[in-house]
Design a protein around this ligand. Structure first.
Ligand SMILES: *[C@@H]1O[C@H](CO)[C@@H](O)[C@H](O)[C@H]1NC(C)=O
Ligand SMILES: *[C@@H]1O[C@H](CO)[C@@H](O)[C@H](O)[C@H]1NC(C)=O
Length: 246
């Protein structure tokens, strides 16, 4: 990560997300000024979890093999068209689009428990408030059962305090504003440059951005962090500063 401040002389190409054979999942309009469009592929599955700030939640899932894309969203509330300054009864959450051939819901649940403190009431770490509550969203059938079982296991492990995570059937999901998408990556302009400074609509769809967002937060497994360090150094050495994949 030491090269994050290295200036780059020129950049030419943009990495295009693979958008073929995908369909639009949802459209968000914020005061008419911003529209977040999210497309998806029929073969993917989607899981939604709330575990504190969605900035960190995205980064917690983005580096897992089989995760195609993460998205910061508002979920679990009734307010229509929530936004960051006025999210009503929604929680900050992460939508995880994944390839069920490579990772399953149970494995995502394990990462959910490992990535936050499920016993902390009314907040997460230093973030205090109802918007940071812990929720496993599910589709009401097998997933609800798996969620309940995993919560029992977690409670048995923790013993001393109550796991307060809620288990809810997923309702409306609203993508957060662009400025909250891939937030950790956005804090490292060098990495954005390395990808060719994608426009927001492409960044939000990008598998590479999802992974780099976790890398920027230092939340990829240590071996992966190191591998990515060396790949990025390699690209810089070759003087061809466009990162296509990792
Ligand atoms: C989780 O949060 C509770 C309540 O704030 C605290 O007592 C506990 O030490 C925390 N656990 C960890 C592992 O940080
Ligand atoms: C619910 O999720 C499970 C596991 O991800 C899946 O097998 C099942 O088909 C889903 N059911 C519905 C009704 O979507």
């Amino acid at each position: 990560m030491r090269h994050l401040k290295t200036p780059l002389a020129f950049l030419g190409f943009a990495l295009l997300a693979l958008l073929t054979a995908e369909r639009v999942l949802c459209i968000r309009s914020l005061d008419g000024s911003q529209i977040v469009m999210v497309e998806r592929n029929e073969a993917w599955k989607t899981a939604v979890f709330a575990l504190g700030s969605f900035w960190r939640a995205e980064a917690s899932f983005g580096c897992l093999p089989g995760v195609i894309r993460t998205l910061a969203v508002y979920a679990g509330g009734t307010k229509t068209n929530p936004d960051y300054r006025s999210l009503g009864d929604h929680a900050e959450a992460v939508q995880v689009d994944y390839d069920p051939k490579l990772i399953n819901y149970r494995q995502l649940l394990d990462v959910f428990w490992a990535s936050h403190n499920s016993t902390q009431v009314f907040g997460q770490g230093p973030d205090v408030g109802n918007q940071y509550r812990s929720i496993i969203f599910n589709n009401g059938t097998e997933e609800a059962r798996m969620a309940a079982t995993s919560k029992e296991k977690e409670q048995a492990k923790i013993k001393s305090s109550l796991v307060i995570t809620q288990i809810e059937q997923l309702g409306a999901v609203y993508p957060a504003e662009y400025e909250h998408q891939k937030f950790e990556l956005r804090r490292h302009p060098f990495l954005l440059q390395l990808m060719g400074n994608l426009p927001d609509e492409e960044l939000v769809q990008s598998r590479l951005a999802t992974k780099l967002n976790s890398y920027a937060a230092g939340l990829c497994p240590p071996a992966t962090q190191k591998l990515m360090d060396s790949k990025i150094n390699d690209i810089l050495k070759k003087g061809w500063p466009i990162l296509q994949e990792l």
